[in-house]
Design a protein around this ligand. Structure first.
Ligand SMILES: C[S@@+](CC[C@H](N)C(=O)[O-])C[C@H]1O[C@@H](n2cnc3c(N)ncnc32)[C@H](O)[C@@H]1O
Length: 701
């Protein structure tokens, strides 16, 4: 069982005053002081607080990082799926850094023969629950922590912050937490002893002032010959750390006559080789941080984030859920003070994707960082919300829970098969206020507008979730960082235009991505600010995260860009994420002309979509299998019939028009809405009234 990132708490670092005495201090983690023993050990350890770098681009907020020693082997992909984080680390500790098989076990796969049931490194692909339980675990993570308060009193306090506790409940939780705490204490002691040993070793072979490591090749060295050999990964790693040390203290440690650029080029080359990144992406990501923090970022991408579940408060309370799972042999604790619904799973004797509680919709497996955009959105009861890119619905269902199933949510996704997963999650979690639709989100607000709040959790390159999907390292090309931002910009404008600026309770847009690149984040936000002067950036309300870039590599952004928030795996042990929040203060003039209506659609009868197709009774639904699938040919019949009925109601003879497409955009939207089974009644869109829709009456084609 290892001290890995899965054990490390997520979110803001703990108050230093509360960290127990055996926590390490910053100097203990300095790479430059690491001894040979660690290099040979094959261990991965929690990282240290990193120094803020000097390249002028740092906005890291990095408080702690992994110690980052790797084994003699190459990490992750190069080991054919064998993550270095999964190497055995310590005996007697709580968690084993597990293999992907272990992950599958957590989700309901075959039992692991290993007695020490490890946490899973779970595939984080966001997919359906009912059809494919694995996909439905939309985000799986791993972590570890040595910077971790094991005081049981505190653990109880965390549980009790938002929930009443009875004596019995307290005992249950305390028993779980006490066990966990003992293990963590033990682990911390071992860790501290080891760190001490390391310090002593480091002191022996310390870098004397003026000791300039030789990292750059001499000009006459045969570089070609070296590159033809398989890289010695241990040497590579030690050269990476040496180069970072030089870049940290360039005037003292650089070789005479060598430039910073030469060292940086060498470092990037080594990073590509060691971690298997394309040079293009490695450089893009490297440039986001000072060198030492960039290293921590690349390291953090080699181990999964912690497994986290979100309590579905439509069905249960966190305390009750925790107790049920504890009774099943799951070791869990609240994810951190920043969330009232998250539980971090440390160990499980049962597959988390197949427990009775899971099947009953008491929780969803969801990465901690995915809570953040919804927390920023802060949906209110009775509001109308649009979730523009919603599948598989982790955030939609969270929104529904915060709204206590009141008001209405339009959950849209352009990918039909992913939308199936969304429907599955909506059903399992007991969401009743949501309409699922299947449009290209660029169609909004023509489809429907006038929302109190819109969430755009945009399709992105996934550079924040490389730990989950290492293929990003090599498959994201320059063109992706042009095409994706282009789409994101279009979608964000549509999101803005879909909001009712006169909303009494809202008028907000949240734009988020699980990418850390500036192109997909600050640049998209800046574009929206320029094109839509009727919005302004507002505080996300999130209590942690690093401020967005106000300037980056010569580009200047709106000073309010610092209100946007970045989340990094190396800083908070969460997936890389970006969250921004806008308030719409005036209508979108251009959009009104262009789209017919983009604001306050609730008050404009002439633009609403009307579907008078009788809403099927539950029996009828059963007969027609209204929720059963996506049978195109079957749907076609109903769509055609509905079209004819609609025309007749308007006094048009359907045979006369005989399939001619209506000319105006509104009509087109109406048809589109209807063909996708979205049921929205006219009354639903009148001021203040909530649509009378049932999830069970909606259908995604
Ligand atoms: C980051 S995922 C959304 C995750 C989701 N918000 C959740 O929490 O479960 C992005 C989604 O955008 C969808 N998407 C991509 N392009 C789209 C478009 N033009 N319109 C609507 N959805 C789109 C993808 O199918 C994908 O499901």
């Amino acid at each position: 069982m290892g001290v890995g990132r899965r054990m490390k708490k997520q979110g803001p670092p703990p108050d230093l005053g509360k960290i127990s005495a055996n926590k390490r201090n910053a100097s203990e983690f300095d790479d430059s002081k690491r001894g040979k023993k660690r290099k040979a050990s094959g261990e991965i350890k929690p990282q240290a607080p990193l120094k803020k770098g000097s390249n002028g681009t740092s906005n890291s907020g990095l408080k702690k990082s992994t110690k980052g020693s790797f084994a003699n082997g190459k990490p992750t992909q190069a080991q054919k799926g064998r993550n270095l984080a999964k190497e055995p680390i310590m005996s007697g500790a709580l968690l084993d850094e597990s293999s992907d098989d272990d992950a599958a076990d957590l989700l309901g796969g075959e039992d692991d023969e290993d007695e020490e049931l490890p946490l899973g490194v779970l595939d984080g692909s966001e997919g359906s629950v009912d059809e494919d339980a694995i996909d439905a675990q939309d985000e799986f993570l791993e972590s570890g922590s040595s910077v971790y308060d094991s005081d049981p009193q505190q653990e109880r306090a965390r549980f009790s912050e938002d929930e009443d506790e009875s004596d019995a409940e307290e005992k249950l939780t305390a028993a779980n937490i006490a066990g966990l705490s003992r293990k963590l204490d033990l682990e911390q002691e071992e860790d501290a002893a080891e760190a001490q040993l390391e310090l002593e070793e480091a002191a022996l072979q310390t870098n004397i002032d003026g000791d300039r490591p030789k990292v750059l090749e001499d000009e006459d060295e045969d570089e070609g010959a070296a590159s033809r050999l398989a890289p010695d990964l241990q040497l590579l790693r030690s050269r990476i750390t040496d180069t970072i040390r030089v870049l940290d203290d360039f005037s003292k440690l650089a070789e005479e006559g060598r430039s910073r650029a030469e060292y940086t080029a060498q470092l990037l080359k080594d990073i590509c080789l060691y971690y298997d990144y394309s040079p293009y992406l490695a450089e893009k990501l490297f440039n986001l941080f000072p060198p030492r923090e960039a290293f921590a970022f690349f390291e953090a991408n080699e181990s999964a984030r912690p497994v986290v579940i979100r309590t579905n408060t439509l069905r249960t309370h966190r305390r009750e859920l925790a107790q049920s799972l504890i009774n099943r042999g799951v070791t869990i604790e609240p994810v951190g003070k920043w969330s009232k619904v998250g539980l971090q799973v440390f160990e499980s004797q049962v597959p988390l994707g197949a427990t009775p509680e899971y099947l009953a919709g008491h929780y969803i497996l969801q990465a901690a960082s995915s809570f953040l955009p919804v927390m920023a959105l802060a949906p209110q009861e009775q509001e109308r919300i649009l979730d523009m890119a919603a599948a598989p619905g982790g955030k939609t269902t969270h929104i529904a829970a915060l709204m206590k199933n009141t008001g209405s949510i339009f959950a849209n996704d352009s990918n039909k098969s992913r939308a199936k997963g969304l429907i599955g999650n909506i059903h399992r979690l007991g969401v009743k206020n949501t309409i699922v639709c299947n449009y290209d989100a660029k169609e909004f607000p023509r489809v429907i507008g006038g929302f109190d709040r819109v969430l755009l959790d945009a399709p992105c390159s996934g550079t924040g979730v490389i730990a989950k999907d290492p293929s990003v390292k090599t498959n994201k090309m320059e063109k992706d960082f042009m095409q994706l931002p282009h789409l994101q910009k279009q979608l964000l404008l549509c999101a803005i235009d879909s909001v009712d600026h006169t909303s009494k309770t809202g008028g907000y847009i949240v734009y988020s991505t699980c990418s850390v690149t500036v192109e997909e984040n600050e640049q998209v936000v800046q574009y929206a600010l320029t094109k839509r002067p009727n919005v302004k950036l507002v505080d996300t309300g999130l209590t942690f995260g690093v401020d967005g870039f106000v300037s980056y590599m010569g580009k200047q952004f709106d000073p309010k860009m610092k209100m946007t928030k970045r989340f990094y795996p190396q800083a908070y042990n969460v997936d890389g994420f970006f969250v921004s929040k806008f308030k719409k203060v005036a209508p979108s003039p251009g959009a009104i002309v262009k789209d017919g209506d983009s604001n306050g659609a609730r008050n404009r009868e002439d633009v609403v979509m009307v579907d008078r197709t009788p809403i099927a009774t539950e029996d009828e639904e059963e007969e027609t299998g209204a929720f059963g699938g996506f049978d195109e040919s079957e749907d076609e019949k109903y769509i055609e019939k509905a079209k004819r009925n609609r025309m007749r109601r308007k006094g048009i003879n359907p045979r006369a028009v005989n399939g001619k497409r209506p000319a105006n955009g509104q009509k087109k939207s109406e048809d589109a809405a209807q063909s996708n089974g979205v049921k929205v009644s006219k009354a639903n869109l009148s001021a203040g009234s909530a649509p009378i829709v049932k999830a069970a009456t909606t259908r995604v084609k």
